[in-house]
Design a protein around this ligand. Structure first.
Ligand code: GDP
Ligand code: ZN
Length: 375
């Protein structure tokens, strides 16, 4: 297909046909309304599959196109274009440009492992954070809580999936394991399944059917196997990619973002899988909602729940309504988060100092130039 036929088809097909074909990718009436100003400028909407080296793949109503990201690569690493964004793209041109993207409903951010801690945006507009936890190993509730914090922080709804349930044949034992996780994860659906036998997979398929999902979890938790089970045999790679560049076939092996046969979109970028926390204080608070609720009843609003009088959290520990492990885990995640924030602050301070120095030098140079003129 040539770029000119793409242009004419996009201009003749108004918003309704684009919403039809993009609906499978999550396009809805709200996105459409937000996009109106861009449509008025003649731009077309598309969902970003992947971003690399100044370019990105965007799925539009007319197929997948390659576009330049120059306009959506600001210095703030959290504001650069990423997988899952809804982009406003030039319908034509060589190269085409992503001009802007719609305000994100949710965003997954991770801390970069380097010393200069800063956030990195991994995925946008995710509705469900599927946290895979293997039943092949002993349940590590602390780890579940950490992934939950990350999920809540993103704005997505976390769902815990206990994988490899075929390895726990006793239904009573399995029920207890599910219950343990449910207690740890208030407000979070917990389901057990086996990709091996297929048990429970259709329940997950129904959950992910309504929106965009990501798979999180430790290596070995069964994420790839689960992704394959959801994707099915018939769909591999990016099935919907068509060449509309008019520059030969655009082949790619990416499966960063794809439509599932049972509905819904799966974002499965390699970087997302084992993500670390990044300034997830709100998320941590949501994981431990019951502790924050208790803390609201402490006599002192800055109570550390150590030895202060009138501490509602200690009272709950003493009467057994709050497990000690829970409070310890809460503190551990808060500490971890504070370390990350402190590192980030240190980096920001250093950056500001650099800028002041530069400004100082500029100021001096300007003064000298002025003096020079006056002489
Ligand atoms: P990932 O690292 O999270 O992507 O995990 P994988 O999907 O690669 O799975 C890790 C291991 O667990 C592999 O050896 C899988 O064969 C195994 N596995 C995955 N799902 C199941 C399951 O439902 N039952 C059993 N018994 N093993 C599974
Ligand atoms: Zn207290």
């Amino acid at each position: 297909m040539s770029s000119s036929s793409f242009a004419s088809s996009s201009s003749s097909s108004s918003s309704s046909s684009s919403s039809n074909s993009l609906a499978a990718y999550g396009w809805d009436a709200d996105w459409e309304a937000e996009f109106a100003p861009y449509a008025a400028q003649g731009l077309v909407p598309g969902r970003v599959v992947r971003v690399d080296r100044g370019q990105c793949d965007v799925i539009t109503a007319a197929g997948t196109i390659r576009a330049d990201t120059e306009y959506v690569t600001p210095r703030d690493p959290l504001k650069v274009l990423c997988t899952g964004d809804w982009a406003a793209v030039d319908p034509d041109g060589d190269p085409r440009f992503v001009r802007d993207y719609l305000t994100r409903r949710t965003s997954f951010v991770r801390s970069t492992s380097s010393k200069r801690s800063e956030g990195q945006i991994l995925a946008a507009n995710v509705d469900h954070a599927i946290i895979a936890v293997s039943l092949a190993a002993e349940l590590d509730l602390g780890r579940v809580e950490r992934f939950l914090a990350l999920g809540w922080e993103s704005g997505a709804q976390p769902v815990v999936v206990l994988t490899k349930s075929d390895l726990v044949p006793d239904p009573v034992t399995l029920g207890h394991l599910v219950q343990d996780v449910e207690t740890t994860a208030p407000g979070v659906p917990v389901l057990a399944l086996s990709a091996e036998t297929g048990d429970g997979v259709e329940v997950l398929a129904a959950v992910v059917g309504g929106g965009t999902s990501v798979l999180l979890g430790q290596s070995g938790a069964g994420k790839s196997t689960l992704a394959n089970a959801l994707i099915g045999d018939d769909v591999m790679g990016v099935q919907a990619i068509r060449d509309v560049d008019g520059k030969g076939r655009h082949t790619t092996t990416t499966r960063n973002l794809l439509v599932l046969p049972g509905g819904g979109v799966l974002i499965d970028t390699p970087g997302l899988r084992g993500v670390g926390l990044w300034d997830a204080e709100t998320g941590v608070g949501q994981v431990f909602a019951e502790i924050e609720e208790l803390a609201a009843d402490c006599r002192f609003h800055d109570c550390a729940h150590e030895s202060e009088p009138g501490c509602a959290v200690r009272a709950a520990l003493e009467d057994g309504t709050l497990p000690e492990r829970r409070l310890e885990s809460y503190r551990k995640l808060l500490r971890e988060n504070q370390r990350i924030v402190a590192k980030t602050d240190a980096r920001l301070r250093a950056e500001l100092r650099r800028e002041w120095r530069l400004k100082g030098a500029e100021g001096k140079a300007a003064m000298e130039a002025k003096r020079g003129r006056w002489r």
